[in-house]
Write a new protein. Sequence first.
Length: 491
Amino acid sequence: MTNTTERSEFRASGGDKGFFGQPRALANIFGVEMWERFSFYGMQGILLIYLYYSAAKGGLGIDQATAAGIVGAYGGGVYLSTILGAWLADRMFGSERVLFWSAVVIMAGHIALALLPGVSGVVVGLILVAFGSGGLKANATRIVGTLYDEHDPRRDAGFSLFYLGINLGAFFGPLLTGLLQSTLGFHWGFGLAAVGMAFGLIQYSFGRKRLPAASREVPNPLPASRRPLVLVLAVVAVIVAVVLVITGVITAGNLALIVIGLVVVAAVAYFVVILSSKRLDGTERSRIVAFIPLFVVNAAFWTLYQQQFTVLTIYSDERLDRNLFGWEFPVSWVQSINPIFIIILSGVFAAIWTKWGDKQPSTPLKFAAGTVVMGLAFLLFLFWVGGGPNSTPLLAMVGILLVFTIAELLISPVGLSASTKLAPHAFQAQMVALYFLSVSLGTAMAGQLAKLYDPATEGVYFGVIGGVAIAIGAVLALLSPWVLRLMRGVR
Protein backbone atom coordinates (compact mmCIF):
# COMPACT_ATOMS: atom_id res chain seq x y z
CA MET A 1 0.00 0.00 0.00
CA THR A 2 1.35 3.45 -0.92
CA ASN A 3 1.66 6.15 1.71
CA THR A 4 0.40 9.73 1.40
CA THR A 5 3.73 11.07 0.11
CA GLU A 6 3.90 8.43 -2.60
CA ARG A 7 0.32 9.19 -3.65
CA SER A 8 1.20 12.88 -3.85
CA GLU A 9 4.25 12.10 -6.00
CA PHE A 10 2.08 9.85 -8.19
CA ARG A 11 -0.40 12.68 -8.72
CA ALA A 12 2.37 15.20 -9.38
CA SER A 13 3.96 12.96 -12.00
CA GLY A 14 0.69 12.65 -13.87
CA GLY A 15 0.82 8.86 -13.51
CA ASP A 16 -2.86 8.42 -12.59
CA LYS A 17 -4.78 8.80 -15.86
CA GLY A 18 -7.72 6.45 -15.35
CA PHE A 19 -10.52 8.97 -16.06
CA PHE A 20 -10.08 10.52 -19.53
CA GLY A 21 -6.42 11.12 -18.76
CA GLN A 22 -7.26 12.49 -15.31
CA PRO A 23 -7.04 10.90 -11.81
CA ARG A 24 -9.61 8.12 -11.24
CA ALA A 25 -10.96 9.82 -8.12
CA LEU A 26 -12.16 12.71 -10.28
CA ALA A 27 -14.96 10.42 -11.53
CA ASN A 28 -16.51 10.19 -8.04
CA ILE A 29 -16.53 13.96 -7.45
CA PHE A 30 -17.74 14.41 -11.04
CA GLY A 31 -20.74 12.19 -10.22
CA VAL A 32 -21.85 13.75 -6.94
CA GLU A 33 -21.50 17.26 -8.34
CA MET A 34 -23.49 16.25 -11.43
CA TRP A 35 -26.45 15.03 -9.36
CA GLU A 36 -26.22 17.97 -6.97
CA ARG A 37 -26.37 20.35 -9.92
CA PHE A 38 -29.29 18.35 -11.37
CA SER A 39 -31.25 19.02 -8.20
CA PHE A 40 -29.99 22.59 -7.77
CA TYR A 41 -30.69 23.84 -11.29
CA GLY A 42 -33.80 21.70 -11.64
CA MET A 43 -35.29 23.46 -8.63
CA GLN A 44 -33.95 26.89 -9.58
CA GLY A 45 -35.35 26.52 -13.09
CA ILE A 46 -38.90 26.69 -11.73
CA LEU A 47 -38.33 28.69 -8.53
CA LEU A 48 -38.82 32.24 -9.83
CA ILE A 49 -42.01 31.48 -11.74
CA TYR A 50 -43.30 29.54 -8.71
CA LEU A 51 -42.85 32.68 -6.65
CA TYR A 52 -44.57 35.13 -9.04
CA TYR A 53 -47.12 32.95 -10.85
CA SER A 54 -50.66 33.41 -9.57
CA ALA A 55 -52.34 30.85 -7.33
CA ALA A 56 -54.46 29.81 -10.31
CA LYS A 57 -51.24 28.67 -12.04
CA GLY A 58 -49.96 26.93 -8.91
CA GLY A 59 -47.68 29.76 -7.75
CA LEU A 60 -47.52 32.04 -4.71
CA GLY A 61 -48.48 35.31 -6.42
CA ILE A 62 -45.53 37.35 -5.12
CA ASP A 63 -44.70 40.63 -6.87
CA GLN A 64 -42.30 39.94 -9.78
CA ALA A 65 -39.55 42.35 -8.69
CA THR A 66 -39.66 41.03 -5.12
CA ALA A 67 -39.58 37.45 -6.40
CA ALA A 68 -36.49 38.20 -8.50
CA GLY A 69 -34.82 39.74 -5.46
CA ILE A 70 -35.58 36.62 -3.40
CA VAL A 71 -34.03 34.38 -6.06
CA GLY A 72 -30.94 36.59 -6.22
CA ALA A 73 -30.63 36.67 -2.42
CA TYR A 74 -31.05 32.90 -2.23
CA GLY A 75 -28.36 32.39 -4.88
CA GLY A 76 -26.08 34.78 -3.02
CA GLY A 77 -26.82 32.90 0.19
CA VAL A 78 -25.74 29.63 -1.41
CA TYR A 79 -22.29 30.97 -2.19
CA LEU A 80 -22.09 32.96 1.05
CA SER A 81 -22.59 29.74 3.00
CA THR A 82 -19.46 28.29 1.39
CA ILE A 83 -17.65 30.17 4.18
CA LEU A 84 -19.30 27.97 6.78
CA GLY A 85 -18.72 24.80 4.78
CA ALA A 86 -15.08 25.64 4.21
CA TRP A 87 -14.50 26.62 7.83
CA LEU A 88 -16.01 23.35 9.05
CA ALA A 89 -13.70 21.48 6.68
CA ASP A 90 -10.51 23.37 7.53
CA ARG A 91 -11.07 23.56 11.29
CA MET A 92 -13.21 20.57 12.34
CA PHE A 93 -14.13 17.73 10.00
CA GLY A 94 -12.17 17.78 6.72
CA SER A 95 -13.60 18.37 3.25
CA GLU A 96 -14.79 14.85 2.52
CA ARG A 97 -17.05 14.54 5.58
CA VAL A 98 -18.49 18.04 5.16
CA LEU A 99 -19.29 17.28 1.52
CA PHE A 100 -21.19 14.11 2.40
CA TRP A 101 -23.35 15.66 5.13
CA SER A 102 -23.95 18.79 3.05
CA ALA A 103 -25.49 16.56 0.38
CA VAL A 104 -27.84 15.13 3.01
CA VAL A 105 -28.94 18.66 4.00
CA ILE A 106 -29.55 19.56 0.33
CA MET A 107 -31.81 16.54 -0.12
CA ALA A 108 -33.78 17.53 2.99
CA GLY A 109 -34.27 21.03 1.55
CA HIS A 110 -35.72 19.73 -1.70
CA ILE A 111 -38.02 17.42 0.24
CA ALA A 112 -39.27 20.45 2.21
CA LEU A 113 -40.01 22.35 -1.01
CA ALA A 114 -41.88 19.35 -2.36
CA LEU A 115 -43.97 18.55 0.72
CA LEU A 116 -44.46 21.77 2.71
CA PRO A 117 -47.13 24.11 1.29
CA GLY A 118 -46.82 27.80 0.52
CA VAL A 119 -44.27 30.20 1.93
CA SER A 120 -43.25 27.85 4.76
CA GLY A 121 -41.93 25.32 2.24
CA VAL A 122 -39.99 28.03 0.42
CA VAL A 123 -38.39 29.36 3.62
CA VAL A 124 -37.39 25.98 5.06
CA GLY A 125 -36.41 24.50 1.70
CA LEU A 126 -34.29 27.39 0.47
CA ILE A 127 -32.44 27.76 3.79
CA LEU A 128 -31.52 24.05 3.82
CA VAL A 129 -30.55 23.98 0.14
CA ALA A 130 -28.48 27.16 0.53
CA PHE A 131 -26.50 25.87 3.50
CA GLY A 132 -26.06 22.42 2.03
CA SER A 133 -25.03 23.66 -1.40
CA GLY A 134 -22.50 26.03 0.14
CA GLY A 135 -20.87 23.20 2.07
CA LEU A 136 -20.79 20.91 -0.94
CA LYS A 137 -19.52 23.43 -3.48
CA ALA A 138 -16.51 24.67 -1.56
CA ASN A 139 -15.38 21.20 -0.60
CA ALA A 140 -16.01 19.43 -3.90
CA THR A 141 -13.77 21.99 -5.57
CA ARG A 142 -11.12 21.65 -2.88
CA ILE A 143 -11.12 17.84 -3.19
CA VAL A 144 -10.61 18.12 -6.95
CA GLY A 145 -7.64 20.36 -6.18
CA THR A 146 -6.09 17.66 -3.95
CA LEU A 147 -5.87 15.35 -6.97
CA TYR A 148 -3.17 17.48 -8.62
CA ASP A 149 0.16 19.03 -7.89
CA GLU A 150 -0.07 22.83 -8.31
CA HIS A 151 2.18 22.66 -11.42
CA ASP A 152 0.39 19.69 -13.03
CA PRO A 153 -0.48 20.88 -16.58
CA ARG A 154 -3.65 18.73 -16.49
CA ARG A 155 -5.11 20.84 -13.69
CA ASP A 156 -7.21 23.31 -15.74
CA ALA A 157 -8.28 20.48 -18.06
CA GLY A 158 -9.35 18.43 -15.03
CA PHE A 159 -11.44 21.32 -13.72
CA SER A 160 -12.99 21.65 -17.18
CA LEU A 161 -14.06 17.99 -17.03
CA PHE A 162 -15.37 18.58 -13.50
CA TYR A 163 -17.31 21.48 -14.98
CA LEU A 164 -18.73 19.10 -17.57
CA GLY A 165 -20.28 17.06 -14.75
CA ILE A 166 -21.82 20.21 -13.32
CA ASN A 167 -23.41 21.04 -16.63
CA LEU A 168 -24.71 17.56 -17.39
CA GLY A 169 -26.78 17.97 -14.25
CA ALA A 170 -27.62 21.57 -15.13
CA PHE A 171 -28.88 20.41 -18.55
CA PHE A 172 -31.17 17.58 -17.46
CA GLY A 173 -32.43 19.22 -14.24
CA PRO A 174 -34.48 22.10 -15.72
CA LEU A 175 -35.72 19.90 -18.57
CA LEU A 176 -37.23 17.25 -16.31
CA THR A 177 -38.41 19.45 -13.44
CA GLY A 178 -39.89 21.90 -15.95
CA LEU A 179 -41.74 19.08 -17.69
CA LEU A 180 -43.18 17.83 -14.40
CA GLN A 181 -44.06 21.38 -13.31
CA SER A 182 -45.95 22.09 -16.53
CA THR A 183 -47.85 18.78 -16.49
CA LEU A 184 -48.31 17.82 -12.83
CA GLY A 185 -47.44 20.93 -10.81
CA PHE A 186 -44.58 22.73 -9.08
CA HIS A 187 -44.27 20.36 -6.12
CA TRP A 188 -43.70 17.39 -8.41
CA GLY A 189 -40.79 19.27 -9.93
CA PHE A 190 -39.33 20.01 -6.51
CA GLY A 191 -39.78 16.34 -5.59
CA LEU A 192 -37.77 15.23 -8.61
CA ALA A 193 -34.93 17.48 -7.45
CA ALA A 194 -34.90 15.58 -4.14
CA VAL A 195 -34.76 12.25 -5.98
CA GLY A 196 -31.80 13.48 -8.03
CA MET A 197 -29.85 14.43 -4.90
CA ALA A 198 -30.60 11.00 -3.43
CA PHE A 199 -29.00 9.38 -6.49
CA GLY A 200 -25.96 11.60 -5.99
CA LEU A 201 -25.62 10.54 -2.36
CA ILE A 202 -25.82 6.85 -3.22
CA GLN A 203 -23.23 7.18 -5.98
CA TYR A 204 -20.87 9.15 -3.79
CA SER A 205 -21.16 6.73 -0.86
CA PHE A 206 -19.78 3.87 -2.96
CA GLY A 207 -16.62 5.79 -3.84
CA ARG A 208 -15.77 7.70 -0.65
CA LYS A 209 -12.90 5.37 0.32
CA ARG A 210 -11.12 5.91 -3.01
CA LEU A 211 -10.60 9.62 -2.38
CA PRO A 212 -7.07 10.75 -1.39
CA ALA A 213 -6.22 11.06 2.29
CA ALA A 214 -5.73 14.80 1.78
CA SER A 215 -9.49 15.14 1.27
CA ARG A 216 -10.04 14.04 4.90
CA GLU A 217 -7.25 16.18 6.34
CA VAL A 218 -8.14 18.95 8.80
CA PRO A 219 -5.45 21.53 7.92
CA ASN A 220 -5.96 23.88 10.88
CA PRO A 221 -7.79 22.00 13.67
CA LEU A 222 -9.90 24.01 16.10
CA PRO A 223 -8.82 23.40 19.72
CA ALA A 224 -11.42 21.35 21.62
CA SER A 225 -11.62 24.04 24.29
CA ARG A 226 -13.01 26.54 21.75
CA ARG A 227 -15.78 24.34 20.36
CA PRO A 228 -18.40 25.27 22.99
CA LEU A 229 -17.85 28.96 22.19
CA VAL A 230 -18.40 28.28 18.49
CA LEU A 231 -21.64 26.44 19.27
CA VAL A 232 -22.90 29.34 21.41
CA LEU A 233 -22.08 31.86 18.67
CA ALA A 234 -23.93 29.75 16.10
CA VAL A 235 -27.05 29.59 18.26
CA VAL A 236 -26.91 33.35 18.90
CA ALA A 237 -26.59 34.03 15.17
CA VAL A 238 -29.70 31.96 14.44
CA ILE A 239 -31.68 33.71 17.17
CA VAL A 240 -30.64 37.16 15.92
CA ALA A 241 -31.66 36.27 12.34
CA VAL A 242 -35.07 35.03 13.50
CA VAL A 243 -35.65 38.18 15.56
CA LEU A 244 -34.73 40.44 12.63
CA VAL A 245 -37.21 38.61 10.41
CA ILE A 246 -40.00 38.71 13.00
CA THR A 247 -39.49 42.45 13.67
CA GLY A 248 -39.51 43.25 9.94
CA VAL A 249 -35.90 44.43 9.68
CA ILE A 250 -35.26 41.67 7.14
CA THR A 251 -37.99 41.46 4.51
CA ALA A 252 -38.40 39.80 1.14
CA GLY A 253 -38.00 43.19 -0.51
CA ASN A 254 -34.61 44.07 1.01
CA LEU A 255 -33.19 40.53 1.25
CA ALA A 256 -30.90 40.82 -1.80
CA LEU A 257 -29.46 44.12 -0.53
CA ILE A 258 -28.80 42.61 2.90
CA VAL A 259 -27.00 39.65 1.35
CA ILE A 260 -24.84 42.03 -0.71
CA GLY A 261 -23.85 43.89 2.44
CA LEU A 262 -23.08 40.66 4.30
CA VAL A 263 -20.94 39.37 1.44
CA VAL A 264 -18.92 42.59 1.19
CA VAL A 265 -18.26 42.57 4.95
CA ALA A 266 -17.41 38.86 4.92
CA ALA A 267 -15.06 39.21 1.94
CA VAL A 268 -13.14 42.13 3.45
CA ALA A 269 -12.90 40.30 6.78
CA TYR A 270 -11.75 37.12 5.09
CA PHE A 271 -8.98 38.86 3.15
CA VAL A 272 -7.82 40.60 6.35
CA VAL A 273 -7.83 37.39 8.39
CA ILE A 274 -5.93 35.38 5.78
CA LEU A 275 -3.40 38.11 4.96
CA SER A 276 -2.67 38.74 8.65
CA SER A 277 -2.22 35.06 9.49
CA LYS A 278 1.20 34.06 10.81
CA ARG A 279 0.80 30.72 9.03
CA LEU A 280 1.48 32.37 5.63
CA ASP A 281 4.90 32.82 4.11
CA GLY A 282 5.82 35.65 1.72
CA THR A 283 4.88 33.75 -1.43
CA GLU A 284 1.47 32.73 -0.09
CA ARG A 285 0.73 36.28 1.05
CA SER A 286 1.64 37.70 -2.38
CA ARG A 287 -0.68 35.19 -4.06
CA ILE A 288 -3.57 36.29 -1.84
CA VAL A 289 -2.99 39.92 -2.88
CA ALA A 290 -3.02 38.80 -6.53
CA PHE A 291 -6.42 37.22 -5.94
CA ILE A 292 -8.04 40.55 -4.96
CA PRO A 293 -8.42 41.96 -8.52
CA LEU A 294 -9.54 38.51 -9.71
CA PHE A 295 -12.19 38.55 -6.96
CA VAL A 296 -13.56 41.93 -8.09
CA VAL A 297 -13.67 40.99 -11.78
CA ASN A 298 -15.24 37.64 -11.02
CA ALA A 299 -18.01 39.36 -9.06
CA ALA A 300 -18.70 41.60 -12.06
CA PHE A 301 -18.86 38.58 -14.37
CA TRP A 302 -21.34 36.72 -12.17
CA THR A 303 -23.51 39.82 -11.79
CA LEU A 304 -24.28 39.41 -15.48
CA TYR A 305 -24.16 35.65 -15.78
CA GLN A 306 -26.54 34.91 -12.88
CA GLN A 307 -29.23 37.02 -14.49
CA GLN A 308 -30.10 33.82 -16.33
CA PHE A 309 -32.17 33.04 -13.23
CA THR A 310 -33.70 36.49 -12.80
CA VAL A 311 -33.95 38.84 -15.80
CA LEU A 312 -33.54 36.14 -18.46
CA THR A 313 -36.22 34.00 -16.82
CA ILE A 314 -38.66 36.92 -16.92
CA TYR A 315 -37.54 37.72 -20.48
CA SER A 316 -38.09 34.09 -21.52
CA ASP A 317 -41.54 34.07 -19.92
CA GLU A 318 -42.73 37.32 -21.49
CA ARG A 319 -40.55 38.22 -24.48
CA LEU A 320 -39.27 34.95 -25.96
CA ASP A 321 -41.12 33.01 -28.65
CA ARG A 322 -41.18 29.55 -27.03
CA ASN A 323 -43.32 27.94 -29.71
CA LEU A 324 -41.72 24.68 -30.80
CA PHE A 325 -43.56 22.93 -33.64
CA GLY A 326 -46.88 24.20 -32.34
CA TRP A 327 -46.14 23.47 -28.67
CA GLU A 328 -45.03 26.10 -26.14
CA PHE A 329 -42.25 24.56 -24.10
CA PRO A 330 -41.74 25.36 -20.37
CA VAL A 331 -39.90 28.52 -19.35
CA SER A 332 -37.29 26.49 -17.44
CA TRP A 333 -36.14 24.75 -20.63
CA VAL A 334 -34.32 27.92 -21.68
CA GLN A 335 -31.95 27.30 -18.78
CA SER A 336 -30.87 24.00 -20.38
CA ILE A 337 -29.52 25.77 -23.49
CA ASN A 338 -26.36 27.01 -21.78
CA PRO A 339 -25.47 23.56 -20.35
CA ILE A 340 -25.80 22.02 -23.83
CA PHE A 341 -23.08 24.33 -25.09
CA ILE A 342 -20.99 23.68 -21.97
CA ILE A 343 -21.21 19.94 -22.58
CA ILE A 344 -20.15 20.42 -26.21
CA LEU A 345 -17.42 22.99 -25.62
CA SER A 346 -15.91 22.07 -22.23
CA GLY A 347 -13.96 19.24 -23.80
CA VAL A 348 -12.80 21.59 -26.54
CA PHE A 349 -11.53 24.14 -24.02
CA ALA A 350 -9.90 21.39 -21.94
CA ALA A 351 -8.11 20.12 -25.06
CA ILE A 352 -6.98 23.64 -25.99
CA TRP A 353 -5.55 24.34 -22.53
CA THR A 354 -3.83 20.92 -22.51
CA LYS A 355 -2.37 21.37 -26.00
CA TRP A 356 -1.09 24.85 -25.26
CA GLY A 357 0.36 23.76 -21.92
CA ASP A 358 2.60 26.49 -20.51
CA LYS A 359 1.91 28.69 -23.56
CA GLN A 360 -1.78 29.15 -22.74
CA PRO A 361 -2.98 32.63 -21.65
CA SER A 362 -2.44 33.44 -17.99
CA THR A 363 -5.27 33.29 -15.46
CA PRO A 364 -5.70 37.11 -15.32
CA LEU A 365 -6.04 37.29 -19.11
CA LYS A 366 -8.62 34.49 -19.11
CA PHE A 367 -10.60 36.38 -16.44
CA ALA A 368 -10.40 39.59 -18.49
CA ALA A 369 -11.50 37.87 -21.71
CA GLY A 370 -14.42 36.12 -20.00
CA THR A 371 -15.75 39.38 -18.56
CA VAL A 372 -15.46 41.24 -21.88
CA VAL A 373 -17.27 38.45 -23.75
CA MET A 374 -19.99 38.41 -21.08
CA GLY A 375 -20.51 42.14 -21.60
CA LEU A 376 -20.80 41.58 -25.35
CA ALA A 377 -23.50 38.94 -24.73
CA PHE A 378 -25.66 41.54 -22.97
CA LEU A 379 -25.16 44.02 -25.82
CA LEU A 380 -26.60 41.42 -28.21
CA PHE A 381 -30.01 41.88 -26.57
CA LEU A 382 -30.08 45.39 -28.07
CA PHE A 383 -30.97 43.92 -31.48
CA TRP A 384 -34.39 42.92 -30.14
CA VAL A 385 -35.22 45.93 -27.97
CA GLY A 386 -38.75 47.27 -28.32
CA GLY A 387 -40.45 44.07 -29.43
CA GLY A 388 -43.78 42.94 -28.06
CA PRO A 389 -44.70 39.84 -26.07
CA ASN A 390 -43.08 36.63 -27.33
CA SER A 391 -41.34 38.56 -30.14
CA THR A 392 -37.71 37.47 -29.65
CA PRO A 393 -36.84 34.46 -31.83
CA LEU A 394 -35.68 31.34 -30.02
CA LEU A 395 -32.62 31.20 -32.29
CA ALA A 396 -31.59 34.65 -31.03
CA MET A 397 -31.65 33.44 -27.42
CA VAL A 398 -29.68 30.34 -28.43
CA GLY A 399 -27.01 32.56 -30.00
CA ILE A 400 -26.81 34.86 -26.98
CA LEU A 401 -26.48 31.90 -24.62
CA LEU A 402 -23.69 30.50 -26.81
CA VAL A 403 -21.78 33.72 -26.10
CA PHE A 404 -22.66 33.30 -22.39
CA THR A 405 -21.08 29.84 -22.58
CA ILE A 406 -17.84 31.00 -24.18
CA ALA A 407 -17.49 33.66 -21.49
CA GLU A 408 -18.24 31.13 -18.75
CA LEU A 409 -15.62 28.66 -19.97
CA LEU A 410 -13.01 31.39 -20.10
CA ILE A 411 -13.49 32.31 -16.46
CA SER A 412 -15.47 29.88 -14.31
CA PRO A 413 -13.47 26.61 -14.38
CA VAL A 414 -10.31 28.71 -14.52
CA GLY A 415 -11.42 30.58 -11.41
CA LEU A 416 -12.08 27.34 -9.54
CA SER A 417 -8.64 26.10 -10.53
CA ALA A 418 -6.96 29.40 -9.58
CA SER A 419 -8.54 29.37 -6.12
CA THR A 420 -6.86 26.02 -5.37
CA LYS A 421 -3.53 26.98 -6.98
CA LEU A 422 -3.25 30.22 -5.03
CA ALA A 423 -4.52 28.76 -1.75
CA PRO A 424 -2.19 28.74 1.29
CA HIS A 425 -1.92 25.33 2.95
CA ALA A 426 -3.69 26.48 6.12
CA PHE A 427 -6.65 27.95 4.21
CA GLN A 428 -7.24 25.49 1.39
CA ALA A 429 -11.02 25.04 1.54
CA GLN A 430 -11.50 28.57 2.85
CA MET A 431 -9.70 29.98 -0.20
CA VAL A 432 -12.23 28.20 -2.40
CA ALA A 433 -14.94 29.75 -0.20
CA LEU A 434 -13.38 33.16 -0.82
CA TYR A 435 -13.70 32.53 -4.56
CA PHE A 436 -17.35 31.60 -4.07
CA LEU A 437 -17.87 34.80 -2.09
CA SER A 438 -17.22 36.68 -5.32
CA VAL A 439 -19.85 34.49 -7.00
CA SER A 440 -22.18 35.19 -4.06
CA LEU A 441 -21.68 38.93 -4.45
CA GLY A 442 -22.40 38.75 -8.17
CA THR A 443 -25.47 36.55 -7.69
CA ALA A 444 -27.00 38.81 -5.07
CA MET A 445 -26.31 41.86 -7.26
CA ALA A 446 -28.00 40.05 -10.15
CA GLY A 447 -31.12 39.81 -8.00
CA GLN A 448 -30.91 43.45 -6.95
CA LEU A 449 -30.35 44.68 -10.50
CA ALA A 450 -33.27 42.59 -11.74
CA LYS A 451 -35.56 44.96 -9.85
CA LEU A 452 -34.52 47.67 -12.32
CA TYR A 453 -35.42 45.63 -15.38
CA ASP A 454 -38.41 46.94 -17.31
CA PRO A 455 -39.22 45.98 -20.92
CA ALA A 456 -39.96 49.67 -21.61
CA THR A 457 -36.35 50.67 -20.81
CA GLU A 458 -34.52 47.41 -21.44
CA GLY A 459 -32.24 49.00 -24.06
CA VAL A 460 -30.64 51.18 -21.39
CA TYR A 461 -30.54 48.26 -18.96
CA PHE A 462 -28.72 45.85 -21.29
CA GLY A 463 -26.49 48.55 -22.79
CA VAL A 464 -25.20 50.02 -19.53
CA ILE A 465 -24.58 46.68 -17.82
CA GLY A 466 -22.86 45.22 -20.88
CA GLY A 467 -20.67 48.28 -21.35
CA VAL A 468 -19.56 48.35 -17.71
CA ALA A 469 -18.55 44.67 -17.88
CA ILE A 470 -16.44 45.28 -20.99
CA ALA A 471 -14.68 48.18 -19.29
CA ILE A 472 -13.90 46.11 -16.18
CA GLY A 473 -12.45 43.30 -18.28
CA ALA A 474 -10.29 45.73 -20.23
CA VAL A 475 -8.85 47.21 -17.02
CA LEU A 476 -7.87 43.74 -15.76
CA ALA A 477 -6.19 42.97 -19.09
CA LEU A 478 -4.04 46.08 -18.65
CA LEU A 479 -3.19 45.08 -15.06
CA SER A 480 -2.52 41.41 -15.88
CA PRO A 481 1.34 41.63 -15.95
CA TRP A 482 1.31 43.10 -12.42
CA VAL A 483 -1.19 40.51 -11.16
CA LEU A 484 0.87 37.69 -12.72
CA ARG A 485 4.01 38.85 -10.90
CA LEU A 486 2.13 38.75 -7.59
CA MET A 487 1.03 35.18 -8.32
CA ARG A 488 4.67 34.08 -7.84
CA GLY A 489 5.05 31.35 -10.43
CA VAL A 490 1.38 30.36 -10.71
CA ARG A 491 -0.18 31.07 -14.11
